[in-house]
Design a protein around this ligand. Structure first.
Ligand code: G1P
Length: 276
């Protein structure tokens, strides 16, 4: 029912300079796999096999990563090294990959609107690959959200409780609690000061959006930091209809920060990576 997943990957990754000077931050490896591949695997596992990237200048290696590398395939064919390509081969077998370029950085809302050409008029997932989500042994976060979408048919954002001294880094929701971990959103604020935050429930980079979001985004003026915010568009959608927030099962690492990136690396090395 939901087939497409949008990946806004046009950001500069300034916090990781100089590593990100000529390399997209989404290609930084968590152990042996680029960050963006974890997100793409999560989408594909949730049945979202049409992957749409909103990229920008300097991001060509993302397109190359999700394509065959003939020289490499030829070089290692029939050798013991083929196993190192198995995860990306499996992704390539299952998914399709398309991309469009965002020419100006005008915020996450603007990036999502730029992706309209790849999505069209159907509900879709959004994954911000900086937020690495792990649910070892259980369903991935996007799969959990797809299940909820089948029930409620409205936009859904993933949320997590965060300490109040961290809240100003996030979009924050407030809403009526329907059942454990599920809220009907009635307020949303992008990156509020702790004193103005409507709760401690922070939006994490997983969304399911209904396609009316595009028209709303077109009419959404720049908000926090002068950028078009998806949080503001979702608040309009919540006021006119319904938006749900879902406290997902699993662990999330903020790989947009150096601390979160190192934590994720240690976690994957200790719990997921299997040395050859
Ligand atoms: C974006 C969103 C924010 C959300 C966050 C999750 O912010 O604007 O609402 O909480 O992603 O990672 P960014 O981290 O891109 O500044």
């Amino acid at each position: 029912m939901i087939k497409k997943c949008l990946f806004p990957v046009a950001g500069y990754g300034t916090r990781f300079l100089p590593a990100t000077k000529s390399m997209p931050k989404e290609m930084l490896p968590i152990v042996n796999k680029p960050l963006v591949q974890y997100g793409v695997e999560e989408a594909i596992d949730a049945g979202l096999r049409e992957i749409a990237f909103v990229t920008g200048r300097g991001k060509r290696s993302i397109a190359d990563h999700f394509d065959i590398s003939y020289e490499l395939e030829h070089q290692i064919s029939g050798t013991g090294k083929e196993k190192y390509l198995s995860s990306i081969r499996s992704v390539l077998d299952k998914g399709t990959f398309s991309l469009t370029r965002q020419r100006e950085m005008k915020g996450l809302g603007h990036a999502i609107l730029t992706g309209e050409v790849l999505i069209g008029n159907e509900p879709f997932g959004v994954i911000l690959s900086d937020d690495l989500c792990m649910n070892e042994g259980g369903e991935g976060v996007m799969a959990q959200m797809v299940r909820l979408f089948k029930q409620f048919r409205c936009s859904i954002v993933a949320v997590q409780e965060v300490p109040m001294d961290q809240i100003e880094k996030y979009g924050v929701i407030a809403g009526e609690s329907l059942k454990d971990g599920l809220y009907r959103v009635d307020n949303m604020v992008e990156k509020p000061k702790a004193a103005d935050a409507p709760s401690n429930l922070a939006i994490i980079g997983r969304y399911i959006l209904t396609p009316d979001i595009f028209d709303i985004l077109r009419d959404t003026p720049p908000g926090k930091n002068g950028e078009v915010q998806i949080t503001d568009a979702l608040l309009t959608q919540a006021r006119n209809g319904c938006v749900m927030a879902y406290k997902f099962a699993g662990r999330r690492f903020d790989c947009g920060s150096v601390d979160g990136f190192v934590e994720a690396t240690n976690y994957v090395y200790e719990n997921i990576y299997t040395p050859e």
